[in-house]
Design a protein around this ligand. Structure first.
Ligand SMILES: *[C@@H]1O[C@H](CO)[C@@H](O)[C@H](O)[C@H]1NC(C)=O
Ligand SMILES: *[C@@H]1O[C@H](CO)[C@@H](O)[C@H](O)[C@H]1NC(C)=O
Ligand SMILES: *[C@@H]1O[C@H](CO)[C@@H](O)[C@H](O)[C@H]1NC(C)=O
Ligand SMILES: *[C@@H]1O[C@H](CO)[C@@H](O)[C@H](O)[C@H]1NC(C)=O
Ligand SMILES: *[C@@H]1O[C@H](CO)[C@@H](O)[C@H](O)[C@H]1NC(C)=O
Ligand SMILES: *[C@@H]1O[C@H](CO)[C@@H](O)[C@H](O)[C@H]1NC(C)=O
Length: 228
């Protein structure tokens, strides 16, 4: 938690000099000069990993731009091949959406494990989560968080002291669905509904995802109740 808090504070203090920072789970480090490099902004896995819930969980970022088309992918494995001739980050966790606003915190509370990956995901398995932000200038920015799946991280993160300090949306920050969103893959549509992203035709209200305790489910319900 301390590291998360420090990271969040550091991210806010330094975000003017970085494109976007992943505060939970923490990214590999400051990639300001190389963040346009596929697949992880020019930084290698340095051996550090943080726990992330094996049932899926939250991701928090500090974006910088007015808006960015944002996609969250995952690659399972301890040493993910990270070259430009092959894309290991080909499992979509959150299909592209329009993340709006910068210089604050944006947090998606309940990102799910894609059904196709569930057989591979269990406590102790390593993976790398990649966030791609396509910004108005046409640059694609990449940032990665190296994780180890954990059966206890959801409960730790659910502690309001952790949750409230890490997973919130700053007032000027939000997200919209892109219109004509690809709907062919059912889980894609489901993921968008779970994340409560606004659709062109209406709203989706669903608090799914994490197997958290009742208290947390209630907290999440309160958090989500005011949205949309
Ligand atoms: C791993 O993370 C710790 C704590 O943030 C940091 O002090 C250390 O330098 C990192 N290791 C590498 C190899 O970057
Ligand atoms: C996962 O990563 C950690 C830290 O890099 C490493 O110590 C551990 O051996 C890895 N686990 C597996 C199953 O490869
Ligand atoms: C994305 O969000 C920005 C900021 O709200 C808005 O100006 C832009 O039109 C949006 N783009 C799309 C394709 O939704
Ligand atoms: C965030 O801050 C930077 C540096 O001050 C500024 O260039 C950028 O326009 C700001 N972004 C937004 C969305 O306000
Ligand atoms: C932040 O905004 C997004 C998009 O509206 C929403 O899905 C998410 O639940 C919000 N995060 C929190 C912590 O309320
Ligand atoms: C989505 O899943 C439901 C239930 O299995 C199925 O009836 C429906 O045809 C699916 N839709 C698409 C677009 O695949």
């Amino acid at each position: 938690m301390l590291r998360s808090l420090l990271l969040a504070a550091a991210a806010l203090a330094t975000c003017a000099s970085a494109h976007f920072v992943i505060t939970y789970p923490p990214d590999r480090g400051d990639s300001y000069n190389t963040q346009f490099q596929f697949p992880c902004g020019g930084l290698q896995n340095n051996g550090n990993r943080s726990f992330w819930p094996s049932t899926g969980g939250a991701m928090a970022i500090v974006p910088l731009h007015d808006f960015a088309f944002t996609t969250i992918n995952i690659a399972i494995g301890n040493s993910v091949r990270e070259t430009t001739d092959i894309n290991s980050f080909n499992h979509i966790m959150v299909p592209t959406f329009n993340q709006t606003g910068g210089n604050g915190t944006f947090c998606l509370p309940s990102i799910k494990i894609p059904p196709s990956l569930k057989p591979l995901v269990k406590a102790g398995v390593n993976a790398t989560i990649q966030i791609v932000q396509l910004v108005a200038s046409g640059s694609a920015l990449y940032n990665c968080a190296d994780i180890t799946f954990s059966d206890t991280e959801a409960a730790r993160f659910a502690n309001p002291q952790v949750w409230n300090s890490v997973c919130f949306n700053s007032s000027n920050i939000g997200a919209n669905r892109l219109t004509n969103q690809e709907k062919a893959i059912n889980y894609t549509e489901l993921a968008l509904q779970e994340l409560n992203l606004k659709t062109a035709g209406g709203t989706a209200l669903s608090v799914g995802g994490l197997s958290l305790g009742t208290a947390v489910a209630a907290t999440m319900a309160v958090l989500l109740a005011g949205l949309w």
